[in-house]
Design a protein around this ligand. Structure first.
Ligand SMILES: Cc1ncc(COP(=O)(O)O)c(C=O)c1O
Ligand SMILES: N[C@@H](CCSC[C@H](N)C(=O)O)C(=O)O
Length: 443
């Protein structure tokens, strides 16, 4: 057997690109993407003078200029910084955008996008929306003369009904946080553009990341997401990213970033670049763990919201657009106090907001991530108070299931199953009390 031929190191190490072996032609006219997305996540081009394989952090607020009049690429970090530019070019490639912008949080990204609106403009959006996005839109409706319509975005006819010539923006989440409802992006984008050709369709891609969904390929004009989640992946960065294909729109979005000063810092840009390189492997593990956990909960009799389950009412629609199901799922117990006991009985699952990172989290959205939506509005929008959200990480899946099973039993949500006996015995041996009183038959 002949050994595979290795490319010479001289070729591999030249980051200027002069000596690189010829690359295949770009597969996308918009992005210059040449390889599979999993490869592109890792592969970044740099023209660093020392050929550093990790992009340097240009920790400088200002830059020396050659003269007072010549002008140059960088003068001040609020306006632009080489580390942030490198990240933005990398993001544009993986988001299928021609221009990407990196800002200080996901909410910062939505704030920048809503700066495109004028008093009297109408925004059509979902009835299940991340609490912070809802809070920003409510603020704009109260203070800036923007009219906001919240509609069930799983119902194309209902959305079409409220779209009209005054619609300036259609803002979608898919899957929604936390009810995991799926929006038909191509159909809704076409309806918005038919109602008003100037309307902008913006998709919040936080729940899937560019690895699993490319909204710009589905008819969206703007894609944005919280980089705090999957992109960074370790619960140690706040970031937001925006991608567009239209250069003029990109420039309109850059203006408020420079003006208000919410561009991502050099260090956080570097952390985000580092996180993106492992997105492929993290997501693969997180998704396979999430699938097993969703199946486990379903086997215990819970009605589970997860697009990886065939029982999801929009399973086919989701998979017609997406390349994966993500790692966030939710389920109800029928009783708020029971949900509270489950959440508080978990050990391995941290009680935290956020998601998309390496360690697993458990939360009650109505009290935590979505608490800024008042109880009356939550009820009107049919958000169950007892809903539990699980954000799955990369831990050993059997440990996660064992811990969840123990929490369910301890809280009185399920009876001990044959399968669970070993885990429960282990918990008892560790001195923990397993209380199954008042349990309902779960399987
Ligand atoms: C769907 C969604 N969009 C946007 C955001 C805002 O992101 P950030 O927390 O980075 O501001 C979040 C969470 O915070 C979210 O869950
Ligand atoms: N106190 C925060 C809550 C942040 S929620 C973060 C994340 N989007 C999630 O869904 O868990 C706030 O008021 O914004």
């Amino acid at each position: 057997m002949t050994a595979p031929t290795k490319p010479s190191m001289a070729h591999k190490l030249d980051l200027d690109g002069h000596n690189l072996p010829p690359s295949p032609a770009p597969s996308s006219p918009h992005t210059g993407r040449r390889y599979a997305l999993a490869t592109e996540l890792v592969y970044t081009e740099s023209n660093d003078q020392y050929h550093a394989s990790s992009v340097p952090i240009y920790q400088s607020a200002t830059f020396k200029q050659t003269s007072s009049s010549a002008g140059q690429e960088y003068d001040y970090t609020r306006s632009g910084n080489p580390t942030r530019t490198h990240l933005e070019r990398h993001l544009a490639k993986i988001m299928g955008a021609t221009r990407a912008l990196a800002v200080s949080s996901g909410m910062g990204a939505l704030d920048v996008i809503t700066r495109l609106l004028r008093p009297g403009d109408e925004v059509v959006t979902g009835d299940d929306l991340y609490g912070g996005s809802n809070r920003l839109l409510t603020f704009l409706a109260t203070n800036s003369g923007i009219v906001v319509h919240h509609v069930d975005t799983t119902d194309v006819a209902a959305v079409t009904k409220v779209l009209g010539p005054k619609t300036a923006m259609l803002l979608l989440e898919t899957p929604t946080n936390p009810l995991i409802k799926i929006a038909d992006v191509p159909a809704l984008a076409a309806a918005a553009h038919a109602a008003n050709p100037a309307a902008l369709v913006a998709v919040d891609n936080t729940m899937l990341s560019p690895l699993l969904l490319s909204p710009l390929d589905l008819g969206a004009d703007i894609v944005y997401e919280s980089g705090t989640k999957y992109l960074s992946g370790h619960h140690d960065v706040m970031a937001g990213v925006i991608g567009v294909r239209d250069a003029a729109l990109g420039q309109r979005l850059y203006f408020p970033i420079n003006t208000s000063g919410c561009g991502l810092s050099p260090f956080d840009s570097w952390l985000l670049l580092r996180g993106i390189k492992t997105l492929g492997v993290r997501m693969e593990k997180q998704q396979s763990n999430a699938q097993r956990i969703a199946e486990f909960l379903e086997s215990q009799g819970f009605s589970v919201r997860y697009p990886g389950l065939k029982s999801h009412p929009q399973y086919d629609l989701h998979w017609s657009m997406a390349r994966g199901a993500g790692a966030v799922l939710s389920f109800e117990t029928g009783d708020v106090r029971l949900s509270e006991r489950i959440v508080e009985s978990a050990r391995l699952w941290a009680i935290s907001v956020s998601f998309g990172c390496v360690n697993s989290l458990i939360s009650m959205p109505c009290r935590m991530s979505h608490a800024s939506i008042d109880a009356k509005t939550r009820a009107e929008r049919k958000m169950p108070e007892d809903i539990i959200r699980l954000c799955v990480g990369i831990e050993d899946v059997d440990d996660l299931i064992d811990d969840l099973r123990r929490a369910l039993v301890q809280a009185g949500a399920v009876r001990v199953t044959l399968e669970g006996t070993a885990a429960l015995a282990a918990a008892a041996a560790g001195g923990e009390e397993v209380e199954a009183e008042g349990a309902v038959e779960g399987s």
